[in-house]
Design a protein around this ligand. Structure first.
Ligand SMILES: [Zn+2]
Length: 139
């Protein structure tokens, strides 16, 4: 089965699961989520899939105490902007981390977990979270 015949949702979730984005061969810029067109190179840009290592560090964070529907069981939790080693930034929940443990510059890595159960239907949504890399020194 070719990738094109797979419904968009599943292609997207595969990319979310594996932290697959894109890289512009022309200028070397990497994107997550992936893009089809490099905003810097436009027509000259040549994009291909790029798999990120999942390692990065916390750029900024906030503690969520008032959760949206579906997240009630987990409050309070930490949401951070993480800069991946390869460049792009993403917003992600932080797990396995006490609220007073997190700091800006903390080394983190992606782990893939159940994010939430949606409503009465029990639909389980999976995706990435990040967790501290134990013993790693901040840069
Ligand atoms: Zn480019």
């Amino acid at each position: 089965m070719s990738d094109r015949s797979v419904p968009l949702f599943w292609r997207k979730s595969k990319q979310m699961y594996n932290l697959i984005g894109s890289e512009c061969i022309t200028c070397g810029t990497r994107y997550f989520p992936g893009r089809r067109i490099c905003p810097q190179c436009r027509k000259e840009g040549q994009m291909h899939e790029f798999k990120f290592s999942g390692k990065g560090q916390v750029v900024t964070y906030s503690v969520v105490r008032d959760a949206p529907e579906g997240y009630e069981l987990e409050v309070p939790y930490i949401v951070a902007i993480v800069q991946l080693e390869e460049g792009p930034r993403l917003t992600t929940p932080i797990t396995y981390c006490d609220l007073d443990e997190i700091f800006i510059g903390m080394p983190v890595e992606a782990c893939f977990r159940k994010l939430r159960e949606a409503g009465d239907h029990g639909i389980i949504i999976y995706g990435y979270k990040f967790r501290p890399i134990k013993g790693a020194k901040p840069n």
